[in-house]
Design a binder for this molecule. Structure first.
Ligand code: AMP
Length: 360
């Protein structure tokens, strides 16, 4: 079976690493000459709106999936005429736009911060008056890793902020005084079967994920599964979906969903029976899903900007290096390490060892 992937970054690369043993081949559509998934499959180097190359991709593959959600809607609509596309155009439409996403949470009775659609500075002024400060202004689309958003704490912060974010449609959200951030990686098969990985506790720095720790019997696991299950059913979703929540007042508030494999699920490569990457491919290919059970204690640390010396990373027992083969650049995710240990005390010790390498 040949899988077409829109995007050829590290998520595409890890999809191919998981799918190759299943007998799958890959073609990546990505305009970047140095797309890091390219060594693992065919690289169609073209823009996402290039219909000639989209048609070529559709002719060559059995199905198409995505490694990022900001794919133009026309690209998805065009491909869907010729080849099955998972997750669906409708799932992408909702998940890529914070207004549609939060409106869906509200309709499904899933708690989420107060929010308002912002099309102008006047809308922003009115929304601040009703939601209050502090609040967070986010672009409705194209934001990632803390980009395209600003925390508003004082009345001065509000002045001119709509222009500062590019005068594009935005969402104002009430600031959540969360005690923690967790994510749930879910997978839904074509026949509707749904499985969930254990909740992951995430730590961010400057808006970028730094550390994920898989939890054991988290008190909010069932609640998170209930909320995610409602979304998966509503969207008739196929594939892996990541659901990010704030932990607040002993419950959960939905932050956002990502209609794809997710950075906070990278630990599953070594830390779960079947990784998020393999399960995404199984789901879209119509294969039975794999077990989402955790094997031991597990954590993932991102390498941002550079990968520490390889010999030092692999010298740490129970530490698994994933180097994405990308050029090093400040603020860029260029690799990660997964730790898998028998107990939490050892895991915490190893996290400190890897953090020491990161700090150099
Ligand atoms: P996002 O791109 O929406 O995931 O936001 C990136 C990070 O900003 C989140 O992981 C939080 O740490 C923080 N953040 C986003 N929205 C809020 C909010 N409404 N209240 C408090 N912190 C937030």
């Amino acid at each position: 079976m040949k899988i077409g992937v829109i995007g050829g970054g590290q998520l595409g690369r890890m999809l191919a690493l998981a799918g190759t043993p299943l007998g799958m081949n890959f073609a990546f559509l990505d305009p970047a000459p140095d797309a890091c998934a390219a060594p693992l499959g065919e690289h169609l180097r073209a823009d996402y709106g290039d219909q000639e190359h989209l048609r070529q991709l559709a002719d060559e593959v059995d199905l198409v999936t995505f490694e990022f959600e900001s794919v133009p809607a026309e690209t998805v609509a065009f491909l869907s005429q010729f080849v099955p596309v998972y997750p669906s155009a409708e799932s992408l439409r909702i998940a890529r736009d914070r207004w549609f996403e939060k409106s869906m949470f509200k309709d499904l009775g899933i708690p989420t911060p107060s929010f308002a659609d912002i099309q102008s500075q006047a809308d922003l002024d009115a929304a601040v008056a009703s939601i209050g400060l502090p609040a967070v202004l986010k672009t409705r689309t194209l934001g990632y890793d803390g980009k395209g958003q600003k925390v508003l704490r004082t009345a001065e912060d509000v002045v001119g902020t709509f222009d500062e974010l590019g005068s594009v449609p935005c969402l104002l959200e009430g600031f959540v005084p969360f005690t923690g951030e967790v994510s749930l990686i879910a997978v839904r098969a074509r026949d509707g079967e749904t499985r969930f990985y254990p909740l992951v506790h995430n730590t961010h720095e400057n808006g970028i994920l730094r550390l994920s720790v898989a939890s054991e019997d988290h008190l909010l696991q069932n609640l998170a599964e209930d909320y995610a299950g409602r979304v998966l059913k509503q969207l008739d979703y196929v594939g892996v979906l990541a659901f990010e929540f704030f932990e607040v007042d002993g419950g959960l508030k939905a932050n956002e969903i990502a209609p794809r494999v997710h950075n906070s699920g990278h630990w599953t490569i070594e830390g779960a029976e079947c990784s998020q990457f393999e399960n995404h491919l199984r789901a879209v290919a119509g294969l039975p899903l794999g077990s989402t059970a955790k094997v031991g204690e597990s954590a993932m640390l991102n390498f941002i900007g550079e990968v520490p010396a390889v010999d030092k990373v692999v010298a740490i027992d129970e530490c698994h290096l994933h180097h994405y083969g990308k050029a090093f650049k400040v603020g860029r995710k260029v690799g990660h390490a997964t730790l898998r240990c028998d107990d939490m005390a050892t895991l915490e010790q190893k996290i400190q060892q890897v953090e020491a390498l990161i700090k150099g």
